[in-house]
Design a protein. Structure first.
Lengths: 441, 137
């Protein structure tokens, strides 16, 4: 949902640049200090005699026409726009529910008095939102703050790790591990957004995040992060096992205190980020088995290697934004390395798939069945390496999106089952029916 | 923002800095702590605005210069016969992006430090204000 809920049709109104002009005080009962913005091409008009009143419409309203009529009027007249005295309840903090917002400028305080194409001003005015949190918007805001979709994917890799572990399946443990990991991921993502507000504002991909838009205060973001992270880690440590809890806490630390600052300092951030992605499946494994054995490392390794073709291909198209935003990414600073690493890790995936049966995690069917998709992504990786253009990077990126879920699915179906050896409690490759989550990055 | 409003108001992204300006509400009985918070936020806003407006302007300018010099080296004009603005493809621009990033790295490191410090301070003050308000209930 864009900020520009109302678009002036056939406006020909270009984007209005703003500049700070000066402070001034409105002699009111209250002291209101504010900076207001002078539009380069347009100035405010204050005429008290004519005014148009519009009410802010509550979210449920989808009526368009009255406003549009007014719009037509706007374009012809100079007018002072006045917000009718509605209680703050009507003025929702959520930007999707703010349909019309208009402002009154006192003529006494006004120093500019030239004409402006009023339609433009009201459009600009409408984009000003009250920074007041409405409870009904909170779930949506928190969902975006915690990057809920990404969190869901992270949880599904954790579930995969749990599922692949060679121990009898315990539902309660599974649920606790998933929940704990989900909470930890929410916390980490929130803190990441908290740190990155001015940078997110400047990049197209991220400029609509809640903190950027002022929908939530930084304090609240931090409190939310704490109220997810602390119970999440506690849940993992106490409800699952300390190792999983430690991994969760470590991952939060790695993501927020290492990866996030490192993004602006050195290209090493990509490798750190790959580790961050690799830890959740390992957490799933340790939740099930209680130890970090070879299987955990293998799963982690697969996720680790997968990050590179995925991210490097994605970052290839974002070079301008990264460069301007000050992000140190391989695609900008070391393009050759970027492509080499992507290809290298595509090939590594083939290798890792072959190691899986050696470690008794899967049968030998797995490397055989997975070979076609691994070869395909490696082929695309090679094309990206050689061609280094937008089309090959996009192909590789989109391939990575389905490649991982497929790979994990095949892995699960080829999982080694050891029903027979009941005399020992947990042999590697013990059987269990576990649900395989498909990860869709 | 309307005269009767008791909250801060946030506006659309600024054209130069891409940051959204905030107009801060000054309550009539603003405590010293609240004033410190508001001033910290205003100062941070001004500082961010300055940095990014300047930085983005420099980026646009240098990008234009780069395109111009490259086109000239190729013997082309900024606009071709049909009047369309000539552009370089992504691979040619990559040199510029790399260059720009490395030139500005130090500036960014300094800004990052400042930003993190300010952000923490503001959040801390917010926490204090919230605590005081809660105690007043």
């Amino acid at each position: 949902a864009g900020l520009f809920v109302w678009r002036l049709r056939n406006t020909g109104v270009p984007q209005i640049p703003c500049q700070f002009v000066h402070h001034y005080r409105v002699a009111n009962n209250r002291l209101i200090t504010f900076q207001y913005f002078n539009f380069l091409k347009r100035m405010y008009v204050t005429q008290c005699n004519k005014d148009l009143s519009q009410r802010a419409k509550p979210k449920s309203d989808s009526v368009v026409s009255p406003f549009q009529e007014l719009q037509q009027l706007d374009q012809e007249k100079k007018a002072v726009h006045k917000i009718s005295p509605v209680s703050p309840v009507h003025q929702s903090g959520s930007e999707t529910s703010n349909r019309n917002k208009l402002r009154e400028m006192r003529s006494a305080a006004e120093t500019e008095d030239s004409v402006i194409p009023v339609g433009a001003e009201s459009k600009e005015d409408r984009q000003w939102k009250e920074m007041k949190l409405q409870l009904e918007d909170l779930p949506g805001i928190l969902a975006r703050l915690s990057k809920i979709k990404l969190t869901a994917l992270v949880v599904s890799t954790t579930s995969t790790g749990f599922a692949m572990a060679p121990v009898p399946f315990e539902l309660s443990c599974f649920l606790l591990a998933s929940l704990g990991t989900g909470l930890a991921s929410c916390a980490a993502n929130s803190i990441n957004q908290y740190f990155e507000v001015p940078f997110d504002s400047n990049m197209n991909r991220t400029k609509n995040r809640p903190l950027v838009r002022g929908q939530i205060s930084p304090l609240l973001a931090i409190c939310f992060a704490a109220s997810c992270g602390i119970p999440g880690i506690a849940l993992l440590t106490l409800g699952v096992n300390p190792l999983t809890g430690a991994l969760g806490a470590f991952n939060i630390f790695l993501y927020t205190c290492c990866y996030t600052p490192l993004k602006r300092m050195s290209i090493a951030n990509t490798w750190v980020g790959a580790v961050v992605g690799a830890i959740p499946p390992m957490m799933g494994w340790t939740a099930a088995t209680g130890s970090l054995d070879a299987g955990a490392l293998l799963l982690g390794g697969i996720l680790y290697s997968w990050q590179f073709p995925h991210f490097n291909a994605l970052s290839w198209g974002l070079r301008e934004d990264y460069s301007r935003g000050g992000y140190c990414m391989m695609s900008v600073t070391h393009p050759g390395l970027c492509r080499r690493v992507a290809l290298r890790h595509c090939l590594a995936l083939i290798g890792l798939s072959t190691v899986a049966p050696v470690l008794n995690i899967t049968t030998w069917t797995f490397p055989i069945i997975s070979l076609p998709i691994n070869l395909y992504i490696s082929y695309l990786g090679f094309r990206f390496y050689r061609d280094a253009d937008r089309s090959s990077s996009r192909k590789l990126f989109f391939c990575s999106l389905w490649h991982l879920p497929m790979l994990l699915l095949v892995m699960f179906t080829c999982k080694k089952s050891v029903l027979e050896k009941e005399d020992k409690g947990d042999l590697p490759g013990g059987s269990h029916e576990t649900a395989m989550e498909i990860r869709l990055p | 923002p309307p005269a009767h409003s008791h909250s801060d108001w946030i506006g659309p992204p600024d054209k130069h800095s891409n940051l959204r300006p905030v107009i801060f509400y000054v309550p009539p009985e603003e405590s010293a702590l609240e004033r410190r918070l508001r001033e910290a936020r205003q100062e941070a806003q001004a500082s961010n605005q300055r940095f990014w407006a300047r930085h983005n302007r420099a980026f646009r300018q240098e990008k234009e210069e780069f395109i111009y010099s490259r086109l000239k080296a190729k013997g082309l004009e900024m606009r071709d016969e049909s009047g369309q603005k000539a552009t370089l493809n992504a691979e040619e621009m990559a040199d510029f992006y790399k260059d720009f990033l490395s030139k500005n790295l130090k500036k960014h490191l300094q800004y990052n430090r400042d930003w993190y410090k300010r952000n923490f301070r503001i959040t801390f003050l917010m926490g204090q204000v919230a605590l005081v308000r809660a105690c007043d209930w």
